[in-house]
Design a protein around this ligand. Structure first.
Ligand SMILES: [Cu+2]
Length: 113
């Protein structure tokens, strides 16, 4: 089992790919309280539903995330580094941590369960 840990410094230089799946706004959680959390990572788990061809985003059916008041749902996430998604296949159960940045949910750590 390989756990990928990337430094907080790297997060600071994150640039958002124009090919994001998060463009379909109807699937985002719209609770304004969720924007409060900016620097802290949020823990979650779920099942991989699809992975973008460029491996820079994926869709996960995540379990409830009490920290944000989110119920379970299928939604898009971006990843900080495509190496996070390289070892994954559709159907894998994963634990992950993400940050909320510029309205996007960006996974910074992820591993198979
Ligand atoms: Cu969700």
């Amino acid at each position: 089992m390989k756990t990928k840990i990337l430094s907080a410094v790297y997060i600071g230089v994150l640039t958002v790919s124009p090919m994001v799946w998060g463009m379909d706004m109807g699937e985002n959680h719209s609770d304004p309280k969720s924007t409060v959390i900016l620097t802290q990572t949020i823990h979650a788990s779920g099942t991989v539903k699809s992975i973008a061809d460029n491996h820079e985003s994926l869709r996960i059916f995540h379990n409830p995330i009490p920290a944000l008041g989110w119920s379970s749902m299928n939604m898009p996430f971006e990843v900080l580094d495509h190496e996070l998604t390289d070892p994954l296949n559709v159907g894998d159960k994963v634990d992950f941590e993400f940050i909320q940045k510029d309205g996007k949910n960006v996974i910074v750590r992820m591993k198979k369960q």
